[in-house]
Write a protein that binds this ligand. Structure first.
Ligand code: LAC
Length: 241
């Protein structure tokens, strides 16, 4: 009769990898090129204020209990960014800039890293604050649909990461325990919250930055997705500590 081995069952063995989308697999600052077309020389500056405000609005709206979806938060944030930078934004420009957010580019190492994990038959998913439509469009437009078993949006919960219920949604949808899901994010606040939730966590620290001081440290830190994929392949069937 098989003996239930509790210890083994609780082992942090990677059985699936769940990725954050914006800033992790896809470069949010690829919208700077579109911003530059409309406001020459200001593209990156706009995109940085835009992204920061977009994140703040998701966190604030979760706290306020006033959820709007990610596309709405993105629209609200570009209006703030342009007002803050004294740039005149027409509704046509707003629409064109927000459409650029649906076509952000994957990082140069994204496709190869996903392929390497696919070849090792590791189920992959995205867990994002994006709306269902935003996630679908970004993934479709980049042609990377083949890589993912699941695209998981916070939309059904009407609350954004880092709320723990969002991380729990990944457990439910992947039908795995948190110990067996490696969560990968380049957003330190997201990696920190995911680690608190109980996922083994890999932080993609592309810019050699400091990790957030939120009371947890990532299980592993790498500088890009290629190194992450290599590390994961070396961890399969072992306990991640
Ligand atoms: C996401 C953002 C927060 O994809 O990066 O969820």
């Amino acid at each position: 009769m098989p003996v239930f081995n509790h210890q083994e069952n609780k082992m942090k063995q990677i059985k699936s990898v769940v990725f954050d989308l914006y800033g992790t697999l896809y470069d949010v600052h690829s919208v700077a090129a579109t911003c530059d077309e409309f406001f020459p020389g200001r593209g990156l500056e706009i995109s940085k204020v835009w992204r920061q405000k977009q994140l703040e609005y998701t966190w604030l709206r979760s706290l306020m209990g006033l959820y709007v979806n990610f596309e709405q938060a993105t629209e609200d944030a570009i209006r703030f960014a342009c007002a803050e930078l004294n740039l005149s934004l027409t509704s046509e420009l707003q629409e064109r800039m927000c459409n650029a957010y649906l076509r952000i580019s994957p990082y140069p190492d994204t496709a190869d890293a996903l392929r390497a994990l696919n070849e090792a038959e590791v189920p992959l998913a995205i867990l994002s604050n994006g709306s269902r439509r935003s996630i679908q469009q970004v993934v479709n437009n980049s042609g990377l649909n083949w890589a993912f078993d699941q695209l998981i949006s916070v939309e059904e919960l009407a609350v954004f990461k880092p709320h723990p219920s969002v991380y729990s949604l990944a457990e439910q949808r992947m039908n795995l325990r948190r110990e067996n899901i490696l969560f990968v994010s380049s957003n330190a606040w997201d990696a920190s919250a995911a680690k608190h939730f109980g996922f083994p966590t890999c932080w993609i620290n592309r810019k050699n930055g400091a990790f957030d001081e939120l009371g947890s440290t990532p299980t592993h830190t790498v500088s890009n997705l290629s190194v992450m994929a290599e590390w994961v392949l070396g961890q399969l069937h072992r306990e991640v500590v």
